[in-house]
Design a protein around this ligand. Structure first.
Ligand SMILES: O=P(O)(O)OC[C@H]1O[C@H](O[C@H]2O[C@H](CO)[C@@H](O)[C@H](O)[C@H]2O)[C@H](O)[C@@H](O)[C@@H]1O
Length: 369
């Protein structure tokens, strides 16, 4: 795989694109670039899809988390009607529909969630590495001039370290902390004055929950604190949640939100991933009708962004054929399908550029088109 990518990179001299005909004439090369395998760094154990929504274990940890997904989109009063995940078309099967000429004649911006979208879900949050092939796909897209933003619940610095591409935009702490490549946009932090209160609450949570409930852990995402219960025994989680609610009763400036086997503690502030997407579109002067935003995410917090993006672009949920409601309009099964989609997306862009050359010459040789 790596050798083929290198071969392809040599053939396609970005940004001029070089001899794109080689790619068009070589479908096997394209096919192998989008294979099913997904490689994490050694030592990580990628989570199986069924690990999350395991219907066989009624009282499992993941089902405790799942009920919050069911509550979410279904309860939201909005003009966009949520649909069952299982009813959504696959974004890969609908690639032609998504990548129409109409879309390509407009500008595209890609928003990507991290955990469960780019990186497979694993038990240890510190080992959720970005697969090398996915990183290659992201690099290829940015080399084509497509703006790419990572929108994550993780602290911004942490997500920058995991992805390690300095030409991307990053919105960390669920969009409360945004920055772009040097000089592109002014860094934007929301609700920074709640940091001391968040710190105070985190200390109490550590003392009263993390130290008392085996398997519980606390992750510092700066403007959000994440209480993990993936490794807890299922029967203690309701009690753990109650305890958390009691603690948060003393902190009216903070709120609890839900994620995959986590409770997120963040500022009670009218801000979320959707607001962060709107802010970035505006900061990049990309909120005009000729821009198509594409958002890919897997978690409850991504639903806020789906609602913003779906009105004018493409919202893709990463999930198996589950029966809960979402605001997305397409579906991908798992991070390996996301990687495939990103590669297909890049290939289509390259093909479109090539097909636009009416004289039949390669882009590098053409003087007139
Ligand atoms: O918005 P995201 O980028 O999806 O971040 C949301 C949370 O993701 C991480 O937790 C999730 O992934 C972990 C590693 O695979 C997994 O162990 C955990 O159960 C998942 O909820 C991250 O650790 C959190 O801090 C993020 O808030």
């Amino acid at each position: 795989m790596q050798r083929q990518l290198e071969e392809l990179s040599e053939t396609l001299q970005f940004p001029s694109l070089g001899d794109t005909e080689v790619l068009l004439a070589n479908p096997s090369l394209v096919g192998s670039l989008v294979s099913d395998e997904c490689h994490s760094k050694p030592g990580t154990s990628p989570c199986r899809r069924e690990d999350f929504f395991d219907l066989r274990k009624e009282d499992s940890v993941k089902n405790y988390s799942r009920k919050h997904f069911e509550d979410h989109a279904g309860n939201k009063q909005d003009r966009i009607i949520p649909k069952e995940v299982c009813s959504l078309p696959s974004a890969l099967d609908s690639l032609n529909e998504i990548l129409t000429e109409k879309l390509w004649s407009r500008n595209v911006i890609l928003f990507l969630d991290y955990d469960g979208t780019l990186a497979p879900i694993v038990d240890d949050p510190d080992r959720a590495f970005l697969p090398e092939e996915t990183k290659t796909a992201l690099l290829k897209l940015t080399e084509l001039g497509i703006p790419v933003a990572i929108v994550s619940g993780r602290a911004r610095r942490k997500i920058q370290n995991f992805v390690n591409i300095d030409t991307l935009y990053y919105a960390g702490s669920h969009g409360f902390d945004i920055c772009g490549p040097n000089g592109y946009i002014v860094p934007h932090q929301v609700a920074g004055d709640t940091l001391p209160v968040l710190g105070e609450a985190a200390e109490i949570i550590k003392e009263q929950i993390v130290q008392k409930y085996p398997g519980a852990s606390m992750e510092d995402n700066i403007l959000s604190k994440t209480l993990h219960y993936r490794r807890c025994s299922p029967n203690i989680i309701p009690e753990l949640e109650k305890k958390l609610d009691n603690i948060l009763d003393c902190f009216p400036q903070l709120q609890k939100t839900y994620g995959k086997c986590v409770f997120e503690i963040r500022p009670k502030f009218d801000w979320d991933k959707g607001k962060a997407v709107e802010w970035l579109l505006s900061a990049l002067a990309m909120n005009s009708p000729d821009v198509v935003p594409i958002y890919i995410g897997d978690d409850r917090t991504d639903e806020d962004a789906f609602q913003v993006v779906v009105k004018k672009g493409v919202a893709i949920i990463v999930a198996d054929e589950s029966e809960y409601a979402t605001f997305a309009n397409f579906r991908l099964k798992d991070p390996s399908e996301v990687r495939k989609f990103l590669f297909q997306f890049w290939i289509s862009k390259v093909q479109t550029v090539a097909s636009k050359m009416s004289c039949g010459k390669s882009l590098s040789n053409c003087q007139s088109c």
